[in-house]
Design a protein around this ligand. Structure first.
Ligand SMILES: C[S@@+](CC[C@H](N)C(=O)[O-])C[C@H]1O[C@@H](n2cnc3c(N)ncnc32)[C@H](O)[C@@H]1O
Length: 283
């Protein structure tokens, strides 16, 4: 059973993604779906442990909600899905039979903390960008243009053109995206092991939806997709199974200040630095 919160613009379901999809979401009702599920890599999300008995068990579970997402996606809709590098080949082979995969995106970031020393450490996460109809989908290329570094910065002229012209100063991004991971000191940081940066969601939402469109995030976590959707005047539906993260959504998206008698305060951060013995050295 799920519990529903929100208003006509932003809805939050506290419950299981697959159940809510099956029971609450109408067919062909969503313009953009962003899927950032558990990756089957052994992370802990509240009382949920993200490890299945086998790869096959994990993808069998995933295929069920992928099928439901395809059902609820509008005919001109777009679906982005993330998972671990190990599991993405399963998703890719499954989805290419049901949707058109337009791009295989690499979200690249700098490593932090412990680094692999006996193999090449992972510094990216894959994202599939899929549409239902390759002849009819939203792609707002003007809204996501970035600075074109090479030719334009060096003020080069393209002499291959009939009339030699300066290189463009901006361009549509390719499929390798650099965005920093969410760090403790960043304002958007919430207490969650897998929070995605607003910058990543901003590019996805600007590219693949228009104002007032409906965006669905079945594994909301810290509700990054809904927060960016709200800032960019889109509507949203989010689903999250863990109560501790639901509370982030109620505060971040619906501006709730209290839940079941508990004050919903933004994360109180401590900037106290400690030495190797755990003693305070500065603040
Ligand atoms: C990778 S995180 C999503 C992070 C999110 N994109 C963000 O930016 O914070 C996956 C989330 O799915 C939630 N989750 C796990 N199983 C679920 C299920 N069956 N239904 C709904 N949510 C689930 C976890 O609690 C976790 O918060």
């Amino acid at each position: 059973m799920s519990v529903r919160y929100g208003n006509k613009d932003h809805l939050i379901f506290h419950g299981d993604a697959l159940t809510v999809l099956l029971e609450e979401i109408d067919s062909e009702s969503i313009e953009l779906i962003f899927l950032d599920p558990p990756y089957n890599i052994g992370k802990r999300f509240g009382d949920f442990y993200d490890k299945w008995l086998s790869d096959e068990d994990y993808v069998e579970w995933a295929y069920k909600w992928l099928d439901e997402c395809i059902r609820v996606l509008k005919p001109n809709g777009t679906l982005y899905v993330m998972t671990s590098t190990q599991s993405m080949p399963y998703f890719d082979i499954y989805l290419r039979k049901k949707l058109t995969i337009l791009s295989r995106i690499i979200w690249h970031y700098d490593s932090s903390g412990v680094q692999a020393s006996k193999y090449f450490g992972s510094m990216y996460e894959p994202i599939l960008h899929c549409v239902k109809d390759k002849k009819n989908y939203i792609f707002n290329s003007e809204a996501i243009k970035i600075e074109a570094k090479t030719g334009a910065k060096r003020k080069l002229i393209d002499y291959r053109k009939t009339i030699p012209t300066p290189y463009n100063t901006n361009k549509i991004p390719g499929n390798v995206w650099y965005f920093s991971r969410v760090r403790y000191r960043m304002e958007e940081y919430e207490n969650h092991p897998s929070q995605k940066p607003e910058s990543l969601l901003e590019r996805i939402i600007l590219a693949s939806s228009n104002e007032k469109d409906l965006i669905l995030d079945p594994f909301a976590g810290t509700f990054t997709a809904a927060a960016v959707a709200k800032r960019l005047r889109r509507n949203s539906i989010s689903i999250e199974s863990q109560e501790e993260y639901l509370k982030i959504g109620l505060r971040r998206i619906l501006d709730w200040q209290e839940y079941k008698g508990e004050k919903l305060l933004p994360l109180q951060k401590s900037y106290v630095r400690k030495n190797e013995n755990g003693q305070k050295i500065s603040s």
